[in-house]
Design a protein around this ligand. Structure first.
Ligand SMILES: [Zn+2]
Length: 386
């Protein structure tokens, strides 16, 4: 069905167009406007059109770190994943990078969506993560204590169709008993995973809280550095290696501000200075030209729900010094380019999939206006309407 949005303000993923425009699309993608008839005409006057948003770090299907232990539990996880893949539309999200889900549940649901068995957002997934024995996320990980073990684990995940390989370079907040800043996988182990992924054209990402672990990952050639509170030295290493930063600030923000007694063990591990250091990290990326992919870490921690947390994350980027256009770039065209899917999505450009979002207000002037979302199209099909 051909849809034309008339006279709309357009942020194409990189820049805001000088003049309002008409945008035509159907299920085959965004079309060069031929002024021919369209079945649906939307008056875009006063509204803003953006590419569908990308949350560059989530964990779908997970409640906590424990994957389901029974067959029935795995079925329930699949149902949850499928439901989440549709609920994200009400927040304008049309793509996620899923950074770890037990039992490779994300890969199974990704395939079902790709094969058009069920509707849902585009998922770029890694399935199970690679960790040391007892390391961060171990209940959903393949535990690897040597170079051979990690080579085997990386190959297993690639065989299962992982879009990237996720490495746990350090301990983390979410695993009880795990020391957040402690280095875990060795540089040699991570280099091995990077090599295995590169052989089949895939990339790697590393969970890094402490900087020793982050530096090992950067030296090993890891593509995306998650979470780390970068200092000058580490940021300079990233700028040199071409690594990308995924900040996930909202999760830490929520942990630091929760009064819920259930989460006080997690809050006790966090330091209020963490947010100051995250702000510094974001600004180091800006000054050193390190690409940022927006990401929330939403999913396993009920404090940080999927969907709305991306709006909050982008709001924090702006409070910390990004312009709304820079923040939106990190959640659209910038993110798509990092994930290697910029030929499919992330921009308003003829030839790309019509993953689009329309807002009554103007998020490029005020990021808080993301909550004026009125329509989300995935692949040219209207999937959310206010
Ligand atoms: Zn994560």
């Amino acid at each position: 069905m051909r849809t034309r949005i008339r006279n709309v303000r357009v942020f194409d993923g990189d820049r805001l167009w000088e003049k309002t425009a008409d945008v035509l699309f159907d299920e085959s993608g965004i079309l060069a406007d031929d002024n021919g008839p369209a079945e649906v005409e939307v008056d875009g006057t006063g509204k803003t059109l953006l590419p569908g948003l990308i949350d560059g770090h989530v964990h779908m299907g997970m409640s906590g770190m424990e994957p389901p232990a029974t067959e029935a539990g795995v079925i329930a996880m699949g149902a949850l994943l499928a439901a989440q893949a549709q609920a994200l539309w009400q927040y304008g999200i049309t793509t996620v990078r899923n950074c770890g889900t037990g039992k490779n549940g994300d890969l199974a649901v990704r395939n079902a969506i790709r094969e058009q068995k069920i509707p849902g957002v585009r998922i770029v997934g890694c399935g199970r993560v690679l960790s040391i024995t007892g390391g961060h996320g171990w209940p959903m990980a393949i535990e690897c204590d040597s170079v051979d073990e990690i080579r085997k684990a990386a190959r297993l995940q690639l065989r299962e169709g992982a879009d990237f390989v996720k490495l746990m370079a350090t301990g983390g907040m979410g695993t009880k008993g795990s020391v957040p800043n402690a280095p875990q996988l060795t540089e040699e182990q991570m280099r091995t995973a990077v090599e295995e992924a590169a052989l089949v054209g895939k990339f790697t990402a590393a969970h890094c809280t402490g900087l020793e672990g982050a530096q090992r990952a950067i030296r090993a050639g890891v593509h995306i550095i998650e979470h780390a509170q970068l200092d000058e030295e580490t940021a300079a290493m990233m700028a040199q290696s071409g690594a990308v930063y995924c900040p996930t600030i909202v999760t830490r923000y929520n942990i630091l501000h929760t009064e819920d007694p259930k989460f006080q063990w997690m809050r006790a591990k966090a330091n209020p200075g963490d947010l100051v250091r995250k702000k510094k990290a974001l600004n180091l990326c800006k000054s050193m030209g390190i690409p940022v992919i927006a990401g929330t870490d939403a999913g396993p921690n009920p404090l940080t729900p999927l969907g709305s947390s991306l709006w909050r994350e982008l709001g924090i980027y702006c409070e910390f010094g990004m312009t709304p256009v820079e923040a939106l770039h990190a959640a659209t065209a910038g993110a798509a380019s990092v994930l290697g899917i910029d030929g499919e999505t992330g921009s308003v450009r003829p030839g790309l999939c019509a993953d689009l979002t329309l807002y009554d207000g103007d998020p490029t002037g005020d990021i808080g206006q993301l909550n004026t979302l009125c329509c989300t199209w995935q692949g040219g099909i209207l999937r959310y309407h206010k």
